[in-house]
Ligand binder design. Structure first.
Ligand code: GTP
Ligand code: MN
Ligand code: MN
Ligand code: MN
Ligand code: MN
Ligand code: MN
Length: 199
């Protein structure tokens, strides 16, 4: 575990902490953009009500439900599917920076990753836009992450130059590296380019 990080048990032992759980759902795909550019993986993120990109999930109250049951409930609200989440899907958790020096309730954000079948991901994209209760309200839409880099620089770099909630951007980048979803050199080039686009 990297320094500054908490264990799941350590996080739950914090009295007076609030918890939020979010998950990166993804799958492999053989689909090609324009019939020639491999998409490789579908990763689901969302455009939130506040205009920021983030992962599906939300606040969980561990005195009422387990972290995983709470995340599953949030997925039902935001994606329209009651997807079971397991303790094994928990990747890490950390203290979110205090929103104000006077705020007393500290927030711990938990990050999960779950690999799915392509058909399950496609089905969630459909239900997210049809039966999910939060669609059009708290969630403006699900978006896929473009993992490729096009000749003109389009793809991952401009995606990373958007604004993200909390540490969602770094959780995405960490996961791309850790799960080997993008080659490290390609990712570093895209990261450097995204910072120039942001400036
Ligand atoms: P409400 O139903 O309105 O309470 O929203 P919610 O339960 O869906 O909560 P939300 O998804 O907004 O997440 C709660 C808090 O967790 C946010 O205010 C952010 O501070 C943080 N957060 C949101 N999305 C992410 C994310 O993708 N990654 C991380 N690390 N934190 C996030
Ligand atoms: Mn693949
Ligand atoms: Mn929610
Ligand atoms: Mn949410
Ligand atoms: Mn909620
Ligand atoms: Mn809500």
């Amino acid at each position: 575990m990297a320094s500054g990080q908490l264990s799941r048990a350590g996080a739950l032992a914090c009295t007076g902490c609030r918890h939020a759980c979010h998950v990166m759902l993804y799958c492999d795909t053989k689909t090609q953009l324009f019939g020639r550019l491999p998409i490789r993986h579908i990763i689901l993120m969302q455009m939130r009500f506040d205009g920021l990109l983030g992962f599906p999930g939300g606040y969980v109250n561990p005195s009422e439900e387990t972290l995983e049951a709470g995340l599953s409930r949030e997925l039902l609200e935001e994606l329209g599917v009651a997807l079971p989440i397991l303790v094994e899907d928990h990747v890490d958790c950390c203290h979110a920076p205090a929103s104000s020096p006077y705020s007393s309730s500290r927030l711990i954000t938990h990050f999960y990753v779950k690999k799915m079948e392509e058909e399950q991901i496609r089905e969630m994209e459909r239900t997210a836009a049809s039966t999910a209760t939060d669609h059009g309200q708290e969630v403006l839409g699900m978006v896929r992450v473009p993992l490729y880099t096009m000749k003109g620089g389009g793809g991952l770099a401009p995606f990373l130059s958007h604004s993200f909630i909390g540490n969602a951007r770094s959780k995405l980048v960490d996961s791309l590296l850790r799960l080997d979803l993008v080659a490290p050199e390609e990712l570093h080039t895209a990261l450097a380019h995204s910072l120039k686009l942001h400036a």
